[in-house]
Design a protein around this ligand. Structure first.
Ligand code: SAM
Length: 276
């Protein structure tokens, strides 16, 4: 298996769609009429959940009519939020076939299919026309991609002049080992966490001007504290949460990510870049 096949195998779990719908129904939701807000506890697969997406979106200058590409769209939480909150047309692309199918199904159940669609494919070889998007976003995906220079060249090609690219990834901020498994990888071979400076260098080489860099460490520490408090109050894992996507071993994966952020080894960082 090559790296991309291994990454897709890490995330892909055929039982995910059924598991999610069962949990949503058990929580008393009508699974045939779901809103992006109802889905938020389960479909935002990154540090900080929906609040992180809200904060990130504020810096993208979104408005109705914009065409946005969400790279590594997962099961579609951020894509549905961008479309429902700002009226953008959103296309998601993701390596993991199961995620694309679940994202498409949840979007239909949320009544957003006319404005949001998902495709299976690689961020390193985007199957879209040049200059066909106004915005591109990438949330917690770069940790699975080694060749960031190629990744950012591919994103640059599909963006229009003046386009904005927002990245929100876990990046290396200090010395020390990462303990595996983590939510994005069970082993070091499919984990490519690098410093913000390496992102900036590859973005600039691809023709972007980086305009904002924001470290979200404190926000992340609050998020993990709140997650632990909710688990304590629920007497275990709350019924709706990202553990549903992470499946087996989620406690260890989350603990390793939270500890690495606490130790200052990694931090969730936003970067916003303009087509130069
Ligand atoms: C941690 S999840 C984040 C999902 C989503 N962005 C979110 O925040 O909810 C990482 C996603 O990146 C996707 N991914 C990883 N490498 C990729 C690549 N080379 N091309 C496209 N998608 C990729 C995975 O399949 C997975 O869905």
């Amino acid at each position: 298996m090559d790296i991309e096949q291994r990454v897709a195998a890490h995330y892909g779990d055929e039982a995910l769609g059924r598991r999610l719908l069962e949990a949503l129904a058990l929580a008393g939701l009508d699974v045939d009429r779901l809103s992006p807000d109802e889905l938020a506890p389960v479909d935002e697969f990154h540090v900080g959940g929906r609040q992180a997406t809200v904060d990130f979106a504020e810096q993208l200058g979104l408005h109705p009519g914009l065409r946005l590409l969400d790279i590594g769209s997962g099961i579609g939480g951020p894509a549905r939020y961008f479309a429902s909150a700002f009226g953008c047309d959103v296309v998601g692309i993701d390596l993991t076939d199961v995620f694309v199918r679940v994202a498409t199904d949840l979007t239909r159940r949320s009544g957003l299919s006319t404005r949001v669609s998902f495709h299976q494919g690689s961020a390193l070889d985007l199957p879209f026309e040049a200059a066909s998007f106004d915005r591109a976003t990438m949330i917690h995906v770069g940790m699975n991609i080694d060749d960031k220079a190629k990744l950012f060249r591919s994103v640059r090609t599909v963006l229009r002049p003046g386009g904005i690219f927002g990245v929100y990834d876990l990046m290396r901020t200090g010395l020390g080992d990462l303990e595996f498994p983590v939510p994005w990888s069970n082993r070091p071979e499919t984990s490519f966490v690098v410093e913000p400076a390496a992102y900036r260098k590859s973005l600039e080489a691809a023709g972007f001007a980086v305009v904002v860099e924001r470290n979200r460490r404190d926000f992340a520490l609050d998020f993990f504290r709140e997650m632990r408090a909710k688990a304590e109050a629920a007497g275990g894992t709350p019924p709706l949460g990202t553990p549903l996507i992470m499946g087996a071993g989620f406690k260890e994966k989350l603990r390793h990510a939270a500890e690495a952020i606490e130790r200052g080894v990694i931090a969730p960082i936003e970067l916003f870049a303009r087509v130069a």
